[in-house]
Design a protein around this ligand. Structure first.
Ligand SMILES: Nc1ncnc2c1ncn2[C@@H]1O[C@H](COP(=O)(O)OP(=O)(O)OP(=O)(O)O)[C@@H](O)[C@H]1O
Ligand SMILES: [Mg+2]
Length: 395
């Protein structure tokens, strides 16, 4: 091919006399391929053509590449109409504008926090990275247990980039009409690719769940293929975030389409303490009380901590309750799925067993005087009660 380079060069020159994005994009591809194959002189001459071509001032390669993500695309306004399911007329997505996205980064362990910060830095500096020919990641899959703050995190990332979110719940795209699901997916991606936005695909596992239905084999294949093609089409158009609880259900081919994958774990004890302090505001609890609540919420999620905080507010402000232990017991009784079952049984059984379990937990190292104040006793009556209990156990 290289013996015809003079002709290719002439073709490029004439195409560049009236440039458009497609022409420039193809010449950039040719230049990159030549460079990769060692034809650096030829690649350089194409670069020269590109930069000196008419209109290059507003269509330089870096600008065009930039446009893939941030520059191109129409602005979404409150008047922009969202595509709908043709059969039911339900909107395929919800638009969330920047002011309505969360300001607070969710709380995670420092190592996860750092990793997330590095993605945000990469995405916020996308243009600069493209200028030095680095290809930053543009898609990210967030997965983990329910209520761990995944959707909140995805929205917060979008807030940092400063563009609206097109939020689609995959369940909502699925239709009982044959072929409609694929069409909905196609329409959703066409919409997202047209506008400057972060496409947020929430509850991404919904499609995988469909696969368990033997009657749907053909349809599922079609849907997964459409999704794969759509994700590919999205690659150079904008940021995409997928969120799922059931990472194991995802098709490996879909999984691979995401440049970055972040697993969000359940909160550690330290993170749980921070979350509780944050959620109970404006109420204030002592460190011992927060430690006690954290003990009760071991294995629970951030969403559970938020729910417990609502209970505490209701009990302390509206019902004028004074004792945190009795509120916690009430919560455990009526929120069985939110509290570790072993701890729940202990809480709802005898106070003495509950207290012994607290005192014996080495990870928390509660002192007798702290426990006594939680249970509204003096330290001496607590120790009397405990020794009586131990005696009765021996009998
Ligand atoms: N680590 C966290 N930091 C701050 N807030 C949190 C955290 N985890 C959960 N939350 C809060 O809990 C609630 C639920 O969070 P979110 O909807 O983001 O969870 P999710 O992981 O997407 O859950 P699901 O898997 O059920 O969709 C939100 O109000 C969120 O702010
Ligand atoms: Mg969610």
């Amino acid at each position: 091919m290289i013996q015809y380079f003079n002709i290719i060069q002439a073709l490029c020159r004439s195409a560049l006399s009236n440039p458009n994005e497609a022409v420039i994009h193809q010449i950039i591809r040719l230049k990159e391929s030549l460079k990769k194959d060692g034809y650096s002189k030829e690649a350089k001459s194409l670069l020269g053509l590109l930069s000196s071509s008419q209109g290059s001032s507003d269509m330089s390669p870096s600008k065009i590449q930039k446009s893939f993500i941030t520059g191109a695309g129409e602005e979404i306004s409150s008047k922009t109409s969202v595509p709908v399911d043709k059969e039911t007329s339900t909107p395929l997505a919800e638009i969330i504008f920047v002011p309505d996205l969360p300001n607070d980064m969710p709380l995670f362990d420092p190592n996860i926090q750092l990793a997330i910060q590095s993605i945000v830095n990469e995405w916020a500096n996308f243009d600069k990275l493209l200028e030095i020919s680095a290809t930053p990641a543009s898609s990210c899959l967030i997965y983990g247990l329910p209520g761990t703050g995944k959707t909140h995190l995805a929205k917060w990332i979008a807030k940092q980039i400063g563009i609206p979110v097109v939020l689609a719940r995959l369940e909502g795209l699925m239709s009982s009409f044959l072929g409609t699901t694929s069409r909905n997916i196609g329409n959703l991606f066409a919409f997202a690719n047209r506008y400057k936005c972060v496409l947020l695909l929430d509850e991404f596992d919904a499609i995988a769940k469909l696969r368990n239905d033997p009657q749907e084999v053909g349809e599922v294949k079609r849907v997964v293929n459409t999704l794969l093609q759509s994700l590919d089409s999205r690659h150079e158009k904008g940021f995409t975030i997928g969120v799922t609880n059931h990472d194991s259900l995802l098709d490996p081919a879909i999984w691979r389409r995401f440049d970055i994958q972040i697993e969000i774990p359940k909160p550690s004890l330290e993170v749980m303490m921070f979350l509780l302090k944050k959620f109970v505001k404006p109420l204030e609890f002592s460190d011992t009380e927060i430690k006690f609540l954290t003990w009760c919420l071991e294995d629970s999620s951030g969403a559970d901590a938020e729910m417990l905080s609502k209970w505490l507010k209701r009990a302390f402000v509206i019902e004028k309750e004074k004792n945190i232990v009795s509120v916690m017991k009430q919560f455990a009784l009526l929120n069985s799925g939110r509290v570790n079952s072993n701890k729940r049984n202990m809480m709802l059984h005898k106070d003495e067993e509950f207290i012994s379990m607290l005192l014996n937990d080495k990870a928390f190292s509660f002192k007798q005087k702290d426990i006594a104040s939680l249970f509204g006793m003096t330290p001496s009556s607590l120790s009397k009660q405990l020794s009586k209990f131990k005696e009765s156990e021996k009998i």
